[in-house]
Ligand binder design. Structure first.
Ligand SMILES: [Mn+2]
Length: 337
């Protein structure tokens, strides 16, 4: 009878993709592929988990990249990153589970419809006490993910901040082009500005040669948006970067974290929508990611813009999976209710 209550749009339950292997009870030899379980978000008989568990969801869209005149391909990111993740050893112990809840997928739907569908799926995950790990998709993933976190989190959390590892601000105005993969954070800004609500946004890894001057102008004129360029990060001691991040995120109650794979040098991440000849180092990024995760403030994170058809020997998908491996380990130890 109550079955009608939850009916997520554009939602595909995870199929037992070939990446999943038979269960291995021996935690010393198990891999992610032996441990990941499938879960149907539309099953309303599911009780919420008593303790925080992880939920993987794919966002199968590169429509925003296409509208933004980038090279498409990120629609296959979720499949390839899952394959890389499955091969990693299980370090999460016996009390943590990872559930693959499937994909948001709709080849004939608009980008905005898919973003809305993602936001409802994220709300449902929070309701179940599943920590959302969204596997993109173009960076249009971010707006859907963010809206879901904003609406789905406890009502007493009013200061949800945003940290983005990216070459681009993704703050482009969208009144002419319409929303796309380069406008998500402007949409977040506008959404909150119109409602008089909290918005704070930090971008780490900006490349001057990859952003128009009107974006630097917008950032300079707007409160609560800050950034470090990739070149600044290269020259700064690690502790200084960490201090800057800590200062900026100090008043955030919760953090939505997003990692654009195009923030890395193409030598590390060739399979992206927009290649980068300079770019952040994966190790520095990982150190900062671990630091952010250790704050206990992360509410959800995503890895976006992996484009398998442009990848070389799965380097980019593997790097994205590596971040999931390390982030989950820290979140499991710090986000204890
Ligand atoms: Mn981006």
């Amino acid at each position: 009878m109550r079955k009608e209550e939850i009916m997520l749009q554009d939602y595909r339950v995870a199929r037992p993709y070939s990446y999943l292997q038979a269960s291995d009870k021996d935690l010393y030899t198990a891999k992610w592929g032996n441990k990941i379980q499938l879960l149907d978000l539309n099953d309303d008989s599911l009780p919420a988990f008593d303790t925080l568990q992880f939920g993987l969801i794919g966002f199968k869209s590169d429509k925003g990249v296409y509208i933004n005149n980038g090279r498409p391909g990120a629609v296959e990111g979720p499949r390839e990153i899952r394959h890389q993740l499955a091969k990693m050893p299980w370090h999460l112990g016996r009390d943590i589970e990872v559930y693959d809840v499937g994909d948001i997928d709709g080849p004939n739907r608009t980008m905005e419809q898919l973003q809305e569908s993602l936001s409802y799926a994220i709300e449902r995950m929070l309701q179940l006490n599943l920590f959302p790990i969204v596997i993109g998709g173009g960076h249009e993933t971010a707006f859907g993910h963010y809206v879901g976190l904003k609406h789905g989190t406890r009502k007493d959390v009013s200061r949800l901040g945003v940290v983005n590892f990216d070459v681009h601000f993704d703050l482009r105005p969208y009144y002419k082009s319409g929303p796309n993969s380069g406008t998500g954070f402007r949409q977040m800004h506008d959404l909150n500005h119109d409602r008089g609500e909290y918005f704070k946004y930090l971008v780490l890894g900006i490349q001057e040669h990859s952003n128009n001057l009107n974006l630097f102008d917008f950032v300079a004129k707007t409160d609560n948006i800050d950034f470090l360029t990739s070149q600044e990060m290269y020259k700064m001691p690690y502790d200084k970067i960490r201090e800057m991040v800590d200062e900026f995120t100090a008043d955030m109650e919760k953090i939505y974290l997003t990692i654009d794979m195009d923030s890395f040098n193409s030598a590390f991440a060739p399979g992206v929508s927009a290649i980068q000849s300079l770019g952040n180092s994966p190790q520095l990024t990982l150190a900062l990611l671990e630091h952010l995760a250790a704050s206990g403030k992360l509410l959800g994170f995503d890895v976006v813009e992996t484009s398998p058809s442009h990848d070389i020997d799965h380097h980019t998908a593997n790097l994205a999976a590596t971040f999931i491996f390390y982030l989950t380990r820290i979140i499991a130890n710090t986000n204890v209710d």
